[in-house]
Design a protein around this ligand. Structure first.
Ligand SMILES: [Cu+2]
Length: 450
C-alpha cells in the first residue's frame, strides 16, 4: 500500500519533472511544482512513474459510461493534457418530467452537468467559466489532488467571479467514481442543480470491464407547485426527488441484455437526505465507494444500499432475470412528487357531504386521498399549472403509483439497440399475478373470500 502522503509527494515530483521537460516558464508552471521531498515509491505501477502516460482513450483504455438523461463532457488533447471546458450557467426550463419545468443552474447547458471521464494517470486541465450572476468555485469530490486545486471558495482559492474563467490542473492518480459540485454558497448552488459525476477508469483494470456502466447523480429539490424556481432555503420538505435530475416518468430505463455485467455508479449530492437504492429481480454487491475499491473479500450481497449524502456507492450484478424491474429509492416519500407532500390525512374520512357542498361553489370538485394516494396520480387528476401529480405514470397493466426517484431496469434476451427503450416486458403465459378463480380459491382456501 502507498500512503496518501507518498502519493502526493510523488505526484509533485512527477509534475515537477514534467514541467522541466516542457521548458515551463514561471507563468505556466503547474500548481503542483513543489520540489520533491522523496523519490517515487518503488511500489507504484510503472505508468505512475511516467511523467506523461498516454492520455486514456475510449475503446482502448475504457468502455465509456452511460449517463441516462444526461451526457458525457467532451474533451481534447493539447500537448498530452486532456482539456475540458465547463461553463457554469443558468439553465432555463429544465424539464424534470413532462409537466414540470424549472429555471435551474447547471453546467454546459445541462442539469446536472455532463459526466467527466478520466483514465488513471491522465493529466487534466479544466477551464471553468462562470456565467452565473454569482461567484462560484468547483470542487472535485473524492479526488486526491494538490490543496490549491480542491476548489473550496475562500479556502483553497479565490471564488470565480461572474465573467471569469479559472483553470484547474492536476494528474489523476486514482480510479473510481467521484463527483463535482459548487463549493461556494453550496446551499444555494447545489439546490439549484450545480452538481455532476466524475468517472476515473483504471489504466490496468483488475476486473473485466462491465457491459453496461451507468452513472447516476441523486438529488432533491423543493419546487412549490406552480413556481419555476427551486427553493434553496428548504431544509426538510423536498418534493422533487431525482435520478440524473429527472423524476419518473421522466427517467430513461436502464437497458441490459441477459448475461450482461451491469455496473451502476450512484452518487448522492442531495442537500439533506440519504437514499436507500433498491433493485428488483437481482442481487448486487457494492464493489466501490468514492474512497476506492471494496476488496472482494469484503463484499456482501444486497438488494438495497444506502447512499449517504456526499457519497458514492458502485454496485455490480449480472442481469440474468428478464423483465421490467424497478430501480428506486426505497423511502416511500422519495418516490412521490410534489403533490404528495403537506396534505392533511384524509384516510378513512367520508367526504361525500363536504364534496356536495363544495361542488355548489366549485363545479367538478372532488376531495382526494381518503383511500390513499393511488388515485391521485391518475390521468384524470387535475394538478396546478407547472406541477406533477404525486405519483407515477402509465404502465402496461395499470397506472404505476410511483414517481420521483424511480426508474426501470429492462432486461431482455435480445437487445438490438441499448439506446432504445425496448417497451414493456411480455410476461410469459402463466407467469403474471392475476385474479384467482373460484375453483382455485375453493381448492386451496376452502372458501371464496367476499
Ligand atoms: Cu430517497
Amino acid at each position: 500500500m502507498i500512503t496518501r502522503r507518498e502519493l502526493l509527494t510523488s505526484a509533485a515530483a512527477i509534475a515537477g519533472a514534467a514541467a522541466l521537460s516542457r521548458n515551463a516558464t514561471a507563468q505556466d508552471t503547474p500548481a503542483i511544482s513543489a520540489q520533491p521531498k522523496s523519490s517515487p515509491s518503488p511500489l507504484q505501477p510503472s505508468w505512475m512513474r511516467a511523467p506523461h502516460p498516454e492520455p486514456g482513450q475510449p475503446g482502448k483504455h475504457y468502455t465509456p459510461t452511460v449517463t441516462l438523461n444526461g451526457s458525457t463532457m467532451p474533451w481534447k488533447i493539447v500537448d498530452g493534457v486532456k482539456v475540458f471546458h465547463m461553463v457554469c450557467e443558468e439553465v432555463r426550463d429544465h424539464e424534470f418530467a413532462p409537466g414540470l419545468k424549472a429555471h435551474c443552474w447547471g453546467f454546459n447547458g445541462q442539469v446536472h452537468g455532463p459526466t467527466i471521464e478520466f483514465v488513471e494517470g491522465d493529466r487534466v486541465r479544466i477551464y471553468v467559466t462562470n456565467k452565473l450572476p454569482a461567484a462560484t468555485s468547483i470542487h472535485w469530490h473524492g479526488i486526491i489532488l494538490p490543496c490549491g486545486m480542491d476548489g473550496v471558495g475562500g479556502l483553497s482559492q479565490k471564488a470565480i467571479q461572474p465573467g471569469e474563467t479559472f483553470k484547474y490542473e492536476f494528474t489523476v492518480w486514482q480510479h473510481g467514481t467521484f463527483m463535482y459540485h459548487s463549493h461556494h454558497d453550496e446551499m444555494t448552488q447545489m439546490a439549484l442543480g450545480m452538481i455532476g459525476m466524475i468517472v476515473v477508469h483504471p489504466r490496468e483494470p483488475k476486473e473485466p470491464r462491465p457491459d453496461r456502466d451507468f452513472v447516476y447523480a441523486l438529488s432533491e429539490w423543493k419546487i412549490a407547485p406552480g413556481t419555476m424556481r427551486p427553493d434553496p432555503n428548504e431544509m426538510v420538505e423536498f418534493n422533487v426527488l431525482t435520478l440524473n435530475a429527472k423524476c419518473y416518468p421522466g427517467t430513461a430505463p436502464l437497458v441490459a441484455k441477459t448475461g450482461d455485467r451491469v455496473r451502476i455508479r450512484i452518487g448522492n449530492l442531495s442537500a439533506m437526505d440519504h437514499h436507500s437504492m433498491h433493485i428488483h429481480g437481482h442481487t448486487f454487491k457494492v464493489t466501490a465507494t468514492d474512497g476506492g475499491d471494496v476488496p472482494e473479500s469484503a463484499r456482501w450481497p444486497e438488494v438495497t444500499i444506502i447512499v449517504p449524502v456526499g457519497s458514492v456507492r458502485t454496485i455490480e450484478f449480472t442481469a440474468d432475470n428478464p423483465g421490467d424491474w424497478p430501480f428506486h429509492c426505497h423511502m416511500s416519500h422519495h418516490v412521490m412528487t410534489q403533490m404528495g407532500h403537506g396534505l392533511p390525512n384524509l384516510i378513512g374520512i367520508d367526504v361525500e357531504g363536504y364534496d356536495k357542498r363544495v361542488k355548489k361553489v366549485v363545479p367538478g370538485y372532488m376531495t382526494m386521498g381518503q383511500t390513499g394516494m393511488g388515485d391521485m396520480g391518475d390521468m384524470g387528476m387535475k394538478v396546478p399549472r407547472n406541477s406533477l401529480p404525486m405519483i407515477g405514470g402509465v404502465g402496461p397493466h395499470d397506472y404505476i403509483t410511483m414517481g420521483g426517484m424511480f426508474t426501470v431496469l429492462k432486461v431482455r434476451e435480445q437487445i438490438e439497440n441499448y439506446d432504445k427503450d425496448p417497451g414493456w416486458f411480455e410476461k410469459p403465459p402463466g407467469s403474471r399475478a392475476t385474479n384467482a378463480s373460484e375453483d382455485e380459491l375453493k381448492r386451496d382456501l376452502g372458501f371464496v373470500p367476499a
